[in-house]
Design a protein. Sequence first.
Lengths: 705, 121, 189
Amino acid sequence: MAVEIDTSAFTEEAYELLSELEDSLLELEESPEDQELIGRVFRAMHTIKGSGAMFGFDDVAEFTHNVETVFDLARNGTIPITKDLIDLTLGARDQIRAMLDAAAGGNAADGANAARIIAGLRALTPGADGSPPAAAKSAAGKPAEKEDAGPHTFRIRFKPHGDIFANGTNPILLLDELRELGDVRLIPFLDDLPHSLAEIDPERCYVSWEIFLTTEQGENAIQDVFIFVEDECDLNVRMVDRSEALAEDGPDKRLGDILVERGDVDPEVLEEVMQPLGERLVRSGLVNKGKVEAALTEQQIIKEKRESKKQQAAAQSVKVPSDKLDHLVDLVGELVTVQARLNQTSATLNDHDLQLIAEEVERLTGELRDNTMSIRMLAIGSTFNKFKRLVRDLSKELGKQIEMTTAGAETELDKTVIDQLNDPLIHIIRNSIDHGIEPPDGRSAAGKPSVGRIHLSAEHSGANVLIKVTDDGRGLDAEKLKRKAIEKGQLAPDAELTDKEAFQLIFGAGFSTAEKITNVSGRGVGMDVVRKSIDALRGAIDVQSELGQGTTITLKLPLTLAIIEGLLVKIQSEFFVLPLAAVEECVELTREDVSATHGRHVINVRGSIVPYIRIRDRFEVEGDPPEVEQIVIAEVDEKRVGFVVDDVIGQHQTVIKGLGKTFQNSEEFSGATILGDGTVALILDLQKMVRFVEDQEHVEAGISG
Amino acid sequence: MAKTIMTVDDSSSVRQMVGLTLKGAGYNVVEGVDGQDALNKLKANPVDMVITDLNMPNMDGITLIRELRALPAFKFTPIVMLTTESQANRKADGKSAGATGWIVKPFKPAQLLGVIKKVLG
Amino acid sequence: MDQDADVEESQEYEESAPPRAAAKAASPQASGASGETTQYLTFQLDDEVFAVDISKVREVLEYTNITKVPRTPDFMCGVINLRGSVVPVVDLRLKFGMSRSERTVNTCIIIVEIVQEDEVTEMGALADSVKEVMELEHSKIEPPPKLGTRLRSDFLKGMGKHEDQFIMLLEIDRIFSTEELSIANHTLS
């Protein structure tokens, strides 16, 4: 039968399994005794092998089979999980990937490499001499059948054991199957039936048969019919000559034979005997169904609770192409914009019914938006796991001993953010391995454990996610950084920097303090790329370091890039949006407040002094401010800063639109959004604005002083 | 009425392959991604036959077979396990847990249908 | 300049713009033996006529509400909402060093598609009025003079002549390059 099978289902799954395999292997290296992990590795290879063969990837299946065979020995404890085994298996994982890539039209996989891996794995097996394990197994099994010409008649005695139904076997079907092999004459035996009806156990089989089959097929074909019930029946198959057929048999058989010949007992009759029996079985079983099920459900609930969330998610997830998701987000964005227009229109028309509808639509839109955004949220764990391999390979290459730990792998982030986070994190980790962590002897000399540590963590913090890369290496030398920057002309010789500011120098273009250029980093590219990528994600980087103790680089990233909660404000006739996540409160600013502080841009908010920025002045907006202005107090770079506006309109679902390259220098705006009436409002980047104003005031103060 | 078969495998490609073959032969197909998933679904909606893989996370095939056999509704339902040649001993485990038969992976669609015919009719 | 006439001409543009093939088909007659022609959209700034290659023009909009982006040069009018996208608009008069003009019913925004740092993007150009779509033979286009125009020569592709009037053919990608738009940003800040 022809069934069209799409092999992409296999390859897609195989890639996923390979990535899981890698994670499991790396974990296994840390806890080689973990049977669950060994099982996971084995299962992944097992599935790749099994599906591979079915989908026509014979080379993949064969190669994987060889690897699986060795790992099976590890699974049953014959050989230990060693670093060599993990190395080889990781190599095998890469090889399988190469084979899949090759099948997808990539470069041909390196066959010699495959042979090397297999040879290496075999060398790990007990009594290994490099020769392949007994290959005869698969060929064994079917001795050549002696096929005489012409049909033969077989006598088959088939006596199912009483409990054969318990395995779900329906003997009638086996008889049917025999019928397909040739001409069948069948004699049922009912003499095992108890004499008293009360003794009959409806779940037991009391019937046996003797079958005469005339067929072109050999004995093996008949044995195959009963292959599943070999242990649940007495089976005797014998080829008989026509002439001797009836002569040597007992009276029962003769009677049966006659009965069949007469047509008094035929398969249909037999089936009717069986049928009510089966139905009664089910009925009797159903009596306790409710109770049993209740108990099982209770047990089930407890089990489910124990199961990790991850497994649950994996079991119930649906795969969706990401472009469909992107489209959905775009549509939701449009809907949010239209909804804002509806709100505005209904408010203008002052129609009560319309307003009710608008409110309902607003509620639904909000839910739809949150839901859509949550669909795009992915756990960062898979990204973390990729780095385990990176750390492992790099530390090996550089002769360093590094242990990587992670925390918060379940932290969820927008898919786009995660995708774009990969490269910056690679650069940061490479940098830590190359520049941060010392070689083992250097570490011992400094009184540190010889194994260096890199800790990767993620956690939620308001509308942001903090991702930290911490190492216990040599730390950054602020003085050295400053000297370097001055040498390179990136810093004025008399510049005064705090350590924190000095640390930021590492993100300058072409800046590298590595004394020798290694393969890994030190080419002066990398960290400036990190800054750019993080800026593009509207994130921030913070560096903390203690000389000799280690460095922590913290990336602060927004949860999502597409839609944010904004605070809509007005200055003269212009509208602006402030990210609501940063906003703490709004207070009034009167003319008296201004004169009380002698024109200094600070205000007393319940006892604490908060500096503020007059957006009107900053943006050179024409016209006069109202008598009472509003200050929006927000937290920027861990400080409270006020932003003075004419009026606070309220919360606004803000669909972020890029401003494009034309405004790449207008860094005080992170984008624009379209308001309900179709006009465009700019979204303020508070952090950038504060930095610009600080710089400017610095310069002005410098000039006047 | 078409008979319904549940296929249980943690490999979506195997499920797809088995599913396509069965649907092509006129059976209804429901899927389980592992033993636990299958058990939950089967308790709610019994089927005419179950085809299950053995190596699966959460609940393996052997346990699934044992659990199903303990349910009145599945006392006599044909359950076929998917095995590989390297799992000879698992075959015996499966049988003693109550499996009706087995299919050795890799298999071709025709082999699969042959086995179904044998146990389901 | 008669405003009514301008309105008619801009309407004529809207009708004739889509069937570019028809205009092309007529071109052999118009161009004679001398060879290829290119279609241009002409528009007016002050009393001068400018033109952009019609293949760059996406559409012509009536003047609409423009949101100013603070701390950008005067010639950056700001951004508009073009069917959900945010599109920057440049006042060509100010960019070319002319005086600011009053908005009239003829003031329009020509949306052009340009290549900005290898990215295709849309930009709006504010013009006093749109005139017509016309065809110019390549042979009739002269290289931009180094002197005499108030315009920087690298903003010009060349100069054409039509009914005794000089038409300045704009190098629109150059004018709207980020370099060109950001130089001014720096000088301002």
